[in-house]
Design a protein around this ligand. Structure first.
Ligand SMILES: Nc1nc2c(ncn2[C@@H]2O[C@H](COP(=O)(O)OP(=O)(O)OP(=O)(O)O)[C@@H](O)[C@H]2O)c(=O)[nH]1
Ligand SMILES: [Mg+2]
Length: 396
């Protein structure tokens, strides 16, 4: 697997601080999880997290997201430590963004535009590029005024209002035109893809789904001997890849798609719906879980919710608990002992094995228990294939 240089490391690495609000009822572990994930996103985007600010609040402040005192604290830190950007864990409203930017005088990002930025850097095909650009413009549109207030401040207020508004208006018109252009381009691409999919006859379609970074592409590569880009960064995969896989003379189609994440920006989900057609139209889903991740249970929940959004929740599903090599038990088995890795037998006895769907425990990286996985997949595909094409010679 070739490692791809994603961002130009010759550029100075941007120094970031994170800001999160702790809501009532949230445990310290949950808060840590959320902010660790945000830090991983910053890392994926090429930045370096220097500090994390949190504030306990019932709900974020309407004007500045965090309270005035906290904002002053952040401001002092940003100044003294020469911070380049401040990243908020939730989507900021256009006015929050404007107010915070005025106070802090550095680049302000929220979770949504951080994810959009990563997506923009990852997109390879025309389809993904168009989808990301569309989502970015839709994100930008209500926030246009912010750009203009900068100029206003520099040039002084009186007499600027008129030309200012005109400028915003023409920018907005340009963006709206671009949005409709991108939408029609996407429609065309969708049509082409649909025709392509229709042409794939008589093959059962299996889709790998799961949270980002759980090992979907690694499994795809292992099963199909292909070379899909996989690495320990979020959203390594944006474009859907479909491969013909053969197990014991039985061919079927396997697709690898974009990973899901908590609080995925709404526009992005909308724009990526067509990429996710493979999931929506699949016969069988392989729901991959990174069992070594401390919040893998939450991740399963996020994936199930996203599948529900896509209308794909009720499909035949195989749960694959991956990365068993990296799993350590949450509690010491015996007093005084350290956390120990689970054995395969222990996994099979755990609650995970008694999920509603058939469950499997593997390590894609160490090629552990793959035979059982292949066998289960094979059985499922044969079942469906015989139901659907009872007279097909292929299987006899
Ligand atoms: N320890 C361990 N690491 C694994 C295993 N399978 C995959 N990984 C690693 O997990 C990281 C993510 O793997 P990918 O296959 O890129 O994950 P993905 O689900 O395709 O991720 P996105 O495309 O970003 O959503 C890589 O660094 C893999 O080497 C495993 O069984 N054990
Ligand atoms: Mg991937």
């Amino acid at each position: 697997m070739g490692k791809q240089k994603f961002y130009d490391t010759a550029l100075k690495q941007e120094r970031a601080v994170l800001v999160g609000v702790i809501r009532p009822g949230e445990t310290p572990e949950e808060t840590k999880e959320y902010l660790d994930e945000l830090a991983f996103l910053v890392d994926t985007a090429g930045g370096k997290v220097e500090h994390v600010f949190t504030q306990k609040m019932l709900r974020p402040e309407r004007a500045t997201f965090v309270g005035t005192g906290k904002l002053e604290e952040i401001q002092a830190y940003v100044k003294s430590e020469e911070i380049d950007m401040v990243v908020f864990d939730d989507e900021l409203s256009p006015s929050q963004l404007r107010n915070i930017e005025r106070e802090l005088q550095v680049k302000i990002l929220d979770r949504s535009n951080l994810i959009l930025d990563i997506f923009a850097g990852r997109a390879q095909t025309a389809q993904a590029k168009t989808q990301v650009e569309l989502a970015q413009l839709q994100y930008l549109l209500p926030r246009l005024t912010r750009l203009w207030t900068h100029l206003e401040r520099q040039k002084g207020g009186i007499g600027m209002r008129g030309p200012g508004e005109t400028q915003i208006e023409s920018d907005r018109r340009m963006i709206l035109e671009k949005i409709s252009l991108l939408k029609s381009r996407l429609k065309l691409i969708d049509k082409q893809n649909e025709t392509q999919r229709k042409n794939r006859t008589q093959l059962i379609r299996v889709a790998l789904v799961g949270y980002t970074n759980v090992g979907k592409s690694t499994i795809m590569n292992m099963l199909s001997k292909s070379e899909v880009f996989a690495e320990n960064k979020l959203f390594a995969t944006l474009d859907t890849t479909v491969r013909k896989v053969v197990i014991d003379n039985l061919p079927f189609l396997l697709s690898d798609t974009v990973g899901f994440i908590r609080k995925l920006p709404h526009h992005l989900v909308e724009c990526f719906k067509s990429t996710l057609d493979e999931v929506r139209e699949a016969d069988i889903l392989i729901h991959v879980v990174d069992v070594s991740h401390t919040s893998f249970e939450d991740q399963i929940g996020v994936v199930n919710e996203t599948l529900k959004d896509l209308g794909a929740r009720d499909k035949d599903t195989i749960m694959v608990f991956n990365k068993i090599d990296a799993y350590v038990s949450p509690e010491p088995v015996e007093e005084g002992e350290d956390h120990v890795p689970f054995t395969l037998a222990e996994f099979k006895k755990s609650w995970m094995a008694h999920h509603n769907a058939p469950a499997l425990f593997i390590s894609a990286l160490h090629k552990e228990n793959l035979e059982e996985f292949k066998q289960l997949l094979y059985d499922k595909v044969v079942d469906l294939h015989t139901q659907r094409y009872p007279y097909d010679k292929l299987l006899y």
